[in-house]
Design a protein around this ligand. Structure first.
Ligand SMILES: NC(=O)c1ccc[n+]([C@@H]2O[C@H](COP(=O)([O-])OP(=O)(O)OC[C@H]3O[C@@H](n4cnc5c(N)ncnc54)[C@H](OP(=O)(O)O)[C@@H]3O)[C@@H](O)[C@H]2O)c1
Length: 335
């Protein structure tokens, strides 16, 4: 039976879709733009290469009933789509509603379509903030109940969407598994993926900042995240939440690694004073002051050691993920 995957044309969703096709699962890809040749190309290529059936369905998180056709007759629904932005002029309408009401629409489609399992791409943002992780490493047992619309709309959205999933699973015919990754790196499969989390590596390669912000990241490879989603569908015994994090790196560590890999690029190795980041946040569409106050100068402590054993994974080395991200960006002419 096929698997329905939402957000299949996004950075994480494309890796997840390719992994399901490679594992031999026919895929119903529920996407906003099934006719966009550039966005769908990596998925079509994977279907052709593997000989596995891939069918596109048009669906939007803002339209009730939109995912019903894609989910019909699927054994599992893998819900990857969300607005992956930290900040927006109207965060309730632009970040929280698509995540929470969109998830409700997808969960209802799973019920109507007869799925036995729903896998939700949640996040460490639903587990806790950098500040929360300072006293103790955060695990899959923690929840980010401190996120508010003002301080962390993305964390609020991911927490509320996941909590909704667990609440609906109690009375549904499907059971829920969540995958909670930290920042995802790995090869970009289509040009638009460079705007998602790989944008950090692109920023370093392009010298977008005069120096390296004092920001650290928990990192996991997109191919491991994808394999986790497949295991969550393929293994009936898998249950619960799964925090994926292979380790941490400072922004500057990424710069030093890439400066050595690409000496001709003159990548800057020095540290940017925090005050310059706060000044940049005043006019940035990607950063918010509240988010910077949480993450600047702090190493996040997310315990990603449990999930690999439960899901049968071995993490890709972080340096390998960073190099593969960079190589793909350069190959596609994006950096
Ligand atoms: N990247 C990370 O570091 C990271 C870490 C933890 C969790 N996650 C989670 O992973 C998931 C994918 O994120 P990503 O990093 O891959 O970002 P992304 O590339 O921006 O992907 C987001 C996906 O959601 C889809 N989407 C957005 N709004 C939609 C709407 N109104 N209706 C239907 N689809 C909509 C997008 O569709 P289009 O393709 O048409 O734009 C895209 O496929 C999200 O749930 C995110 O919270 C990501």
């Amino acid at each position: 039976m096929p698997v329905c995957i939402t957000g299949a044309t996004g950075f994480v969703g494309a890796h997840v879709t390719v992994a399901f096709l490679e594992a031999g699962f026919p895929v119903h890809a529920a996407v906003r733009s099934p006719d966009d040749a550039e966005k769908t190309a990596p998925l079509r290529e994977a279907a052709e290469r593997t000989g596995t059936a891939l069918t596109f369905f048009r669906a939007d998180l803002g339209e009730p009933g939109s995912f019903d056709a894609a989910a019909e007759g699927c054994e599992a629904v893998v819900h990857v789509a969300a607005v992956a932005r930290l900040t927006a002029p109207d965060p309730q309408r632009q970040i929280v509603d698509p995540a929470v009401e969109g998830a409700r629409t997808v969960f209802e489609a799973a019920t109507r379509g007869g799925a036995r399992r729903v896998v939700l791409t949640s996040s460490v943002a639903a587990i806790g903030s950098y500040r929360d992780s300072q006293g103790q490493p955060l695990t899959a047992a923690h929840w980010n109940d401190g996120a508010t619309l003002q301080t962390d709309p993305y964390g609020l959205a991911k927490t509320q969407a996941e909590r909704l999933g667990w609440a609906m699973a109690e009375s549904a015919d499907w059971d829920l598994v969540t995958i909670n990754p930290c920042m995802v790196l790995g090869p970009v499969l289509a040009p638009r993926h460079a705007k998602a989390s790989p944008s950090i590596v692109r920023d370093v390669l392009k010298g977008s900042f005069p120096a390296n912000p004092k920001i650290a990241f928990g990192i996991v490879d997109a191919r491991d995240v994808a394999a986790a989603h497949v295991a969550a569908v393929d293994e009936p015994s898998v249950s619960g939440r799964h925090l994926l994090c292979a380790g941490t790196r400072w922004w500057r560590d990424i710069a030093v690694l890439l400066a050595e890999a690409y000496p001709e690029r003159g990548i800057r190795r020095w540290q940017l004073p925090n005050v310059a980041m706060y000044a940049a946040a005043l006019t940035s569409k990607r950063m918010s002051m509240a988010n910077l106050r949480d993450i600047l100068g702090r190493v996040p402590h997310y315990d990603g050691t449990v999930a690999p054993g439960q899901l049968g994974l071995t993490y890709t080395g972080i340096d390998q993920s960073i190099r593969d991200t960079a190589e793909s960006l350069i190959r596609l002419g994006l950096a």
